[in-house]
Write a protein that binds this ligand. Structure first.
Ligand code: HEM
Length: 523
């Protein structure tokens, strides 16, 4: 009887979901049918948005946000919130001498996303582009466009997006998480700047899959870092901070190598030097293994596999790994920082997570199979990404085909920003949006009314063929850190009344130091 009921429930659910997706597909097809302009379509200029002096053309991207001078450059999420409140679901905004379009509606976002071509394009990063132009360095994966981008991206994602390849690094990355626990114990369980320790964790853990080595940012004795390692971490943090700063200042660095440019040059050079040493050494190992016939194509070694891939020249491989190392260290550390803060603030949720960890792996070590049985952990990370959405707006594309959206004609070449961040906090799509409720992401929570639309809102890793190729590695690092820390400690805020304040240095960052207390759990 029970079985029959369950089967029936499943059939109803599958029927409903097929109806839902058919209905949605029909809605998408009829409401926004083609990319061809119709008689009735309104022009891009007719989209609501700031007008008058606020819409005057400005010279270059650095002036993009000047009309909204009351907003701090590192709190531009508030500007986008205001744009949405004032002008609605589709908004135009002056960027340089042309208009950019902002979408604050998941259905419109869905249409635009589904319209994406073979080689999606994002706006460039002016400081990095200037550096490449001036120094003659080839552009990295995130700067490339068209087929050139695809030729690098394909061999890389063939490996980084495969769960079994990422899982090969789980045991060694778990050891790094254990070393973080040892370091906390050696600091008498009070950490006044946990973000710094998280950076050490992500740098060490990232070094493993980028260069196949332990770089020594953390060890099992909880030793402090050497001067060289401190400098390295400083360079990584400065790298993205300078790229962020370059978006909001007048780009004199394009005209001559100003102070910001020279600092960037040094920082970038330092980061690259480390990568170069390890890539060269792995390349020698590859040549030796090939010569002696001992190369194992299944060896769990991402760098070796990429160097051995004929589609990817050695130089490109070096660029990919250097950018992976920098981006991964910074992004994962910041994301982890926010997730940990939220769990320390919401101790009831931390307790539920602890119970899940204990029920799945006890006080023992986590493995890939047990990781796949931890829905609450994944829900905590997803809810953390909703409340601390990584970027101030969301994904962005320069569309390569004309697009009809909400009755407006958006010509190819327009920059379209997807307003994920604003929507993540919208009461229209999330009940009690300010609250940290991981349960809203659980399948059987009964909270699924908006699920379809929500899936177009909380997209911290972007979407489509140009999404984040490091997503699986990032998630593994996040999961391992949270499991290991919460398995060992009850974590609380040093100031339980503290409220979360986020700033955007490209990525969401906790504005003040992450001050945590750790109470060791009984075995
Ligand atoms: C929590 C951590 C991370 C977040 C939130 C994140 C987020 C993103 C987002 C939003 C994009 C743009 C996607 C789009 O435009 O649709 C992106 C691109 C990228 N990410 Fe990540 N990322 C994270 C970790 C990582 C890691 C660990 C790596 C490397 C292993 C990585 C490497 C990259 C690269 C190379 C690109 C550019 C891809 C391209 O242009 O083809 N990211 N990431």
């Amino acid at each position: 009887m029970m079985n029959q009921q369950n089967t029936m429930k499943k059939q109803i659910a599958s029927f409903m979901s097929s109806k839902l997706s058919t209905a949605r597909a029909a809605h998408v097809a009829t409401a926004h049918p083609v990319n061809i302009r119709t008689e009735n379509s309104k022009s891009l200029e007719a989209i609501p948005g700031p007008s008058g002096i606020r819409a005057l053309p400005y010279i270059g991207p650095a002036f993009m946000f000047r009309p909204f001078g009351k907003f701090r450059p590192d709190k531009l999420n508030l500007l986008f919130q205001e744009l949405h409140q004032k002008y609605g679901k589709i908004v135009k905004f002056r960027k340089g001498s042309s208009w950019a379009v902002f979408l604050f509606d998941p259905s419109l976002i869905e249409v635009a996303m589904r319209h994406e071509g073979r080689y999606p394009k994002r706006p460039s990063m002016p400081l990095l582009d200037t550096y490449c132009k001036r120094s003659g360095a080839p552009p990295g994966i995130s700067q490339l466009t068209g087929k050139e981008w695809y030729d690098v991206r394909k061999p890389v994602q063939d490996r980084t997006m495969k769960p079994h390849i990422v899982a090969q690094y789980l045991p060694s990355q778990r050891d790094v998480a254990d070393d973080m626990v040892s370091t906390i114990k050696s600091q008498q369980l009070h950490v006044d700047d946990m973000s710094k320790l998280l950076f050490r964790y992500t740098a060490e853990s990232t070094g493993l899959f980028c260069f196949n080595v332990r770089l020594g940012f953390l060890d099992h004795r909880g030793c402090p870092m050497t001067r060289k390692q401190e400098d390295m971490l400083k360079s990584i943090r400065q790298f993205l901070a300078l790229v962020a700063q370059s978006f909001y200042t007048f780009p004199t660095f394009k005209l001559y190598p100003n102070k910001m440019y020279r600092t960037f040059e040094k920082v970038y050079g330092d980061v690259q030097k480390t990568g170069q040493v390890y890539v060269e050494s792995m390349y020698r190992e590859l040549c030796e293994k090939k010569a002696s016939g001992t190369l194992d194509p299944h060896e769990p070694n991402l760098l070796l596999a990429l160097l051995n891939d004929d589609r990817l020249p050695k130089e490109a491989c070096f660029r990919v790994m250097s950018s992976f190392f920098t981006v991964a260290t910074e992004n994962v550390a910041k994301s982890l920082s926010l997730s940990l803060w939220l769990l320390a603030k919401n101790k009831d949720k931390q307790e539920i997570l602890y119970q899940e960890i204990i029920s799945v792996c006890g006080t023992g070590k986590i493995n890939a199979t047990s990781l796949s049985h931890m829905p609450y952990l994944k829900a905590c990370v997803k809810e953390g990404h909703r409340l601390g959405f990584p970027s101030p707006v969301g994904s962005v594309r320069i569309i390569d085909k004309d697009l009809q959206l909400d009755g407006y004609h958006i010509p190819r070449g327009t920059e379209v920003h997807y307003g994920h961040n604003v929507l993540c906090h919208s009461p229209e799509y999330f009940d009690t949006p300010k609250a940290y409720i991981p349960e809203r992401w659980l399948r059987d929570s009964g909270n699924n009314t908006n699920n379809y639309l929500q899936s177009f809102i909380v997209m911290p890793f972007g979407f489509g063929t140009r999404n984040c190729p490091g997503r699986r590695f990032a998630e593994q690092q996040l999961f391992l850190a949270l499991i290991t820390l919460i398995q060992s400690f009850e974590i609380s805020l040093q100031d339980p009344e503290e409220q979360l304040s986020i700033v955007y240095n490209i990525l969401a960052t906790k504005e003040t130091p992450l001050e945590l207390n750790f109470k060791q759990r009984k075995k």
